[in-house]
Design a protein around this ligand. Structure first.
Ligand SMILES: [Zn+2]
Length: 345
């Protein structure tokens, strides 16, 4: 409770410090843009003690906001990602207290705008990680139907490398041939979540959250042309094709994700025609995806040592030479190299 008081106190210091600049905020006509949540505060002024009169229960807050309250105190020191879109506290004399506070605390009112598919993503919105969603995907039990309307092909080009398992790592996207400087377009309407630089991976990349609940990632760009938080229509040029990051030859690395989980873009888009496989909806088969992931997790490799033979390795791991050859796409006569990794499961 002491911590909460400190938080509220520091908020109020900020508030008071910014009082002189507050006029433009207070004169905003709220009737034109009614707040989502309005709390009644029994307060005559801006004294700290008065804040304890804030009645959270009476405000009938949505579930996502309820955790921000302890007793009758609003916690503003919580994770920025968990902050609500809008939270407005009106004092009895008509002042709007908290609408002002978060803006001044974080210096960016866009944090309090509505992001695409916000409730689906539990209000998690950050530019720090491509997949900040923890086990949200794992908590799904039923297949998901995603509306596909409004799709625009990000780049017309042939596939140079498909989605799927590459020797020792998962390739979570589809690589499409583009030239440096080619326009890369937003697949659906949405909002820019990340404009990033990852020298050993994506290079320059853009992550979009779409209104249909999908997220797309565009990697190896020569130049991103959008800003974080920017809203983009479908087909908007979000960057230029390139060869940055871990890339040999200019191409677009395109990922499609749902709650952080990568889906195979070739299941969604027919890259030979540039059209959707189903222009109405895409069904994410949760059971099949979880099964595929379990199989990936079960994969096992053996590092070849001096004297190893295929039959010896097969015996050791309780499998057959034939199975090993299938798994590794090699012939039974293949000469093993020391240090080479052989998939055994
Ligand atoms: Zn790639």
């Amino acid at each position: 409770m002491k911590n909460l008081k400190v938080l509220v106190l520091s908020l109020f210091c900020l508030l008071l410090a910014s009082w002189a600049y507050a006029d433009n905020v207070f004169t905003e006509d709220l009737s034109l843009n009614p707040p989502l949540d309005t709390l009644a505060v029994d307060s005559e002024g801006d004294e700290l003690e008065e804040m304890d009169d804030l009645d959270a229960r009476a405000a009938q807050l949505p579930e996502c906001l309820a955790g921000l309250f302890a007793h009758d105190t609003l916690i503003l020191g919580c994770d920025m990602e968990l902050l609500p879109n809008k939270i407005i506290v009106r004092t009895k004399d008509g002042d709007v207290v908290y609408k002002l506070a978060p803006q001044f605390m974080f210096g960016d009112s866009t944090l309090f705008t509505h992001h695409p598919a916000d409730s689906l993503y539990r209000h998690i919105w950050t530019d720090e990680r491509v997949n900040p969603y923890g086990n949200l995907f794992d908590s799904l039990r039923e297949d998901v139907h995603i509306p596909m309307a409004g799709f625009v092909l990000p780049a017309p080009g042939y596939v140079t490398s498909p989605f799927g398992w590459r020797r020792y790592r998962m390739h979570k996207g589809t690589d499409i041939k583009v030239q440096i400087g080619d326009s890369i377009r937003s697949a659906w309407s949405g909002q820019v979540r990340i404009v990033g630089w990852d020298p050993r991976g994506y290079g320059y990349y853009v992550v979009l959250r779409h209104d249909n609940g999908l997220e797309t990632i565009y990697g190896h760009l020569s130049r991103p042309l959008v800003d974080e938080y920017e809203r983009v229509p479908a087909g908007y040029v979000i960057g230029l094709g390139g060869n940055t990051g871990r890339s040999t030859g200019s191409h677009l690395h395109l990922e499609i994700r749902y709650l952080g989980e990568a889906v195979n873009p070739a299941n969604v888009i027919d890259f030979t025609t540039g059209k959707l496989k189903n222009d109405q909806e895409y069904v994410i088969g949760i059971k099949a995806m979880k099964q595929a992931r379990a199989e990936q997790a079960a994969m096992k490799y053996h590092k070849v040592k001096s004297g190893d033979t295929l039959s010896g390795i097969a015996k050791r791991y309780g499998t057959t030479v034939r199975k090993l050859c299938q798994l590794n796409k090699i012939k039974e006569t293949k000469v093993l190299q020391i240090g080479q990794k052989i998939r055994v499961r």
